[in-house]
Design a protein around this ligand. Structure first.
Ligand code: C2E
Ligand code: MG
Ligand code: MG
Length: 521
């Protein structure tokens, strides 16, 4: 029943145009024509009630002839308000971020695709601003999620004030926002808006009665020069964001500059890496692996350090990716293998009996013959007991089941143990692991670090431990930093671990001193 709020008598006196809210002359004529041609029509419209409310209606019209020959329209109206509202809600849920009401990644991606095809036909530009709040995690951790959520809403409102109606504002992750500036004249325009955003967001903000200061960092990419599809533009803006963060935060950077800086840095690292082995710039540090119950050191993980004369000690995450891309990792990996086996043999001779693990890159497994030959040589030359050696690799390797199965069997046949590093971050499921001769799982630091605070992570750790015990695999928990984490792991049944709580990775002499001191007690 259509609730137009008129009595039937009142309604009869009204012309249809007085209640139809779609005031479109051309559309009305088009409908009338269609009805005459086909004798009927069905369409959605909106009517205005007597009090001015709008109703969504479905109108079915039929042209009928009265006995006296006159033509009349017979109309049936259906109230489809609820249906329409439900559809609107579903669409809103699918395309918007629930917290801020801004567009989500899907809607952003749709809008970007549309905008890109439009600017490519004209001589126009799109600016993509990738924004991330500086130190948001600290605020969220210290003041709580509810506070963090209120802050994000406040930021969303300020961003809204900085953009035009034709731009798209999206939240794409925890504290990450993307602003697509449609149709800008040049990259200058994007810079001006980025500056305005940084200024506005940085103004003191009242969040639940607290005055707060937060700053954003922004990375910018421009279409078409920095990319012609949404993936490329977002990736490049993200790279620029990284540069902005590195260069002091509360600032913006363009991606052209970021890519340039990054490639120069890479080239420099690669050039210096080529000479590093012959110049004896590599060194292995050793991080104790302990029995979690009594703290006894039972072994160690050898971790690579590069003492670069100009840059100081370069951490692995800076140079290993470069070494992997340039294939230098094969040569470096062989050096690691020989050095670690040699060291393990010396400890064995001194009766220290330490289990020694080292990391092998997925790249090294791409040349299986070279890897097997080098490992055999390292074992033979050092004359170490292979049972003391552990080879750590990452889960991503196991995807290629067929070829990896063979290589791993051959390594296992030499007596060496195989360990799966960073377990839980990759693709493998525990059932899948059964098919490989892997005897040790290393639970990734990310689970361990939150296990004593986050029930989900605790549950995850508990599950991994339970299942690994069923599969009779040895477990090592990585990244234990507190007594609380150690206790929890003990309770759950994990026996071995490593982490700053026990010791950081140490240079050879310091590590040896630690072991000797402990064993003399
Ligand atoms: P990984 O094999 O998972 O090594 C553990 C990393 O966690 C080490 O970082 C270690 O210093 C760090 N760590 C240990 N305990 C704690 C803790 O309690 N808290 C925190 N926050 N961190 C902890 P590092 O030495 O920087 O090595 C990083 C990664 O580089 C290694 O991760 C490994 O994937 C790679 N890597 C290191 N050495 C080699 C190597 O010789 N060859 C290859 N291919 N990769 C290596
Ligand atoms: Mg490792
Ligand atoms: Mg690890």
């Amino acid at each position: 029943m259509l609730q137009l709020e008129y009595s039937p008598e009142e309604l009869l006196k009204l012309h249809i145009w007085e209640i139809d809210a779609v005031d479109d002359e051309a559309l009305a004529q088009q409908r009338a024509r269609k009805m005459r041609e086909s004798g009927g029509d069905e369409f959605e419209s909106r009517y205005r009630t007597q009090s001015g409310r709008l109703l969504d209606v479905l109108v079915s019209v039929r042209l009928a002839r009265l006995p006296n020959g006159a033509e009349v329209f017979q109309c049936l109206f259906r109230d489809i308000g609820e249906q329409k509202e439900a559809a609107r809600q579903i669409e809103h849920l699918a395309y918007h971020d629930q917290l801020t009401g801004l567009a989500n990644r899907r809607l952003l991606s749709d809008r970007m695709t549309q905008a890109i095809s439009s600017v490519l036909r004209r001589d126009a530009h799109i600016g993509v601003l990738y924004l991330d709040l500086d130190h948001f995690k600290d605020i969220n951790d210290s003041l709580g999620h509810q506070f963090g959520d209120a802050l994000l809403k406040g930021v969303a409102a300020r961003l809204h004030d900085c953009v035009r109606a034709e731009d798209t504002l999206a939240r794409v992750g925890g504290d990450e926002f993307v602003i697509m500036l449609n149709d800008i004249a040049s990259s200058e325009d994007a810079a001006i808006i980025a500056q305005k955003i940084i200024h506005n967001v940085a103004l003191p903000m009242d969040v639940e009665g607290e005055e707060l200061h937060i700053t954003p960092s922004i990375g910018i990419s421009i279409c078409p020069q920095d990319g012609k599809d949404s993936d490329d533009l977002l990736k490049n803006a993200d790279a620029a964001l990284y540069l902005a963060k590195q260069q002091g935060r509360a600032t913006y950077r363009f991606c052209t500059e970021a890519l340039h800086t990054r490639s120069i840095e890479r080239l420099q690292i690669e050039r210096m890496l080529r000479k590093a082995i012959e110049r004896h710039e590599f060194e292995l540090y050793y991080q104790p692996k302990v029995n979690l119950r009594d703290g006894a050191i039972i072994g160690c993980e050898a971790l690579l350090r590069w003492n670069q004369p100009n840059m100081g000690v370069v951490p692995p995450i800076k140079f290993i990716p470069v070494a992997e891309q340039s294939h230098l990792i094969n040569e470096i990996g062989i050096w690691v293998m020989h050095t670690a086996c040699h060291q393990a043999a010396i400890w064995q001779q001194r009766g220290l009996n330490l289990q020694v693990a080292f990391n092998v890159s997925a790249r090294q497994f791409m040349r299986p013959e070279e890897l097997l030959t080098a490992l055999r040589a390292a074992l033979d030359e050092s004359r170490v007991d292979p049972l003391l050696i552990e080879l750590e690799m990452t889960e991503s390797l196991l995807i290629d089941e067929q070829s990896m199965g063979e290589v791993l069997q051959k390594i296992r046949a030499m007596g060496v143990h195989l360990a799966l590093d960073d377990f839980g971050t990759g693709y493998s499921s525990l059932s899948y692991l059964r098919r490989f001769p892997i005897s040790i799982l290393k639970i990734d630091r990310s689970f361990v670090s939150d296990a004593d605070r986050d029930p989900d992570d605790a549950e995850m750790v508990k599950t991994i431990i339970g299942m690994a015990n069923n599969l009779r695999m040895n477990l090592v928990a990585e990244g234990i930093e507190t007594e609380g984490q150690r206790n929890l792991l003990c309770i759950y049944g994990c026996e071995t671990g490593q982490g700053y709580h026990f010791s950081r990775p140490l240079p050879l002499a310091e590590f040896e001193a630690l072991v000797v001191a402990q064993r003399q007690k």
